[in-house]
Design a protein around this ligand. Structure first.
Ligand code: AMP
Ligand code: MG
Length: 272
């Protein structure tokens, strides 16, 4: 049997191409069943753990993982999954909510740039600068004249980061309306999930089509060779976790990470 295509290649939005979400099935599992997906996902986590240790030891590369997706698409779930492999010493999560007063007093990339990873670090963005062409566009928080210029800013900003040694992986968690409805209902019904329930999410849900159009533009205009977008079919949590884990692991594996040789240490050191 020929090896299956890597999800890294299968799910990438081709730079310069047009992402059409209606053509991408959120329930797709790329031939995996749940048992095999979980088994494979565990293997990726084991590799990821070693790769991150090398990354941290080398302090040469910086990794930025951007998670976007509509409410309940599973951004927190993906973070929980990746955390099983990632050592807290070299990892940070930055969540971006409604901008504060001081944040609003600056350009929209100010709070973002302050959170990017340093050498040896992995930073996961739970929402990101993309909110400035998503929620701000959908709710007309800024006029079209302003948000429409932001795609170019974002590409320039991301190129600055990649030119200076940051590797960027951007995952859009793709669910459908029915899956969201079920998840919102279950958040409301289940006492262990109710703390996450937000009545406002039901209002946001009414803007589904506007969000979809905004996501498609962001995915299409800002998937670049060095900072690609991946569309993750996310109706099945087990496939979503497998896919993000595989993409992150394969991306790190492609960096040629190694444990530092430490040639600076004296040879033949005597231990007594
Ligand atoms: P959550 O991720 O559920 O904690 O919610 C964070 C909220 O912050 C979401 O409703 C986002 O739409 C909102 N948010 C994030 N970034 C922005 C932004 N730039 N402008 C306005 N709202 C934002
Ligand atoms: Mg929310």
């Amino acid at each position: 049997m020929p090896p299956r295509p890597r999800l890294l290649d299968a799910l990438r939005v081709k730079p310069g191409g047009r992402a059409r979400l209606s053509n991408i099935d959120p329930g797709d599992t790329h031939g995996f069943n749940e048992a095999r997906a979980r088994e494979q996902a565990a293997k990726h986590l084991a590799r990821l753990q070693t790769l991150q240790e090398m990354l941290f030891a080398e302090r040469r590369h910086r990794i930025l993982i951007v998670l976007q997706g509509i409410d309940t698409s599973g951004k927190d779930g993906v973070i929980k999954h990746l955390s099983k492999a990632l050592h807290p010493l070299g990892t940070r999560v930055a969540a971006f909510g409604v901008p504060t007063e001081p944040e609003l007093a600056h350009d929209y990339l100010w709070r973002i740039h302050a959170q990017v990873p340093g050498n040896g670090q992995i930073v996961i963005f739970n929402r990101s600068h993309y909110e400035s062409v998503l929620v701000e566009r959908v709710h007309e928080l800024v006029p079209k004249k302003r948000w429409s210029r932001r795609y170019d800013h974002i590409n320039d900003f991301e190129r600055l980061l990649t030119d200076e040694g940051t590797t960027i992986v951007k995952c859009f968690l793709h669910i459908d309306r029915a899956a969201q409805l079920e998840r919102l209902r279950s958040r409301y019904d289940d006492p262990t999930k109710r703390w996450k329930f937000n009545v406002g999410d039901l209002e946001e849900r009414k803007l589904w089509d506007a969000y979809e159009a905004a996501f498609e533009d962001a995915l299409s205009r800002c998937s670049t060779r060095d900072a690609p977008w991946y569309v993750i079919p996310a109706n099945h949590k087990w496939f979503r976790n497998l896919a993000v884990g595989e993409i992150v692991t394969d991306t790190l594996a492609g960096l040629g990470l190694e444990y530092p040789a430490r040639d600076d240490l004296p040879k033949n050191l005597v231990f007594s």
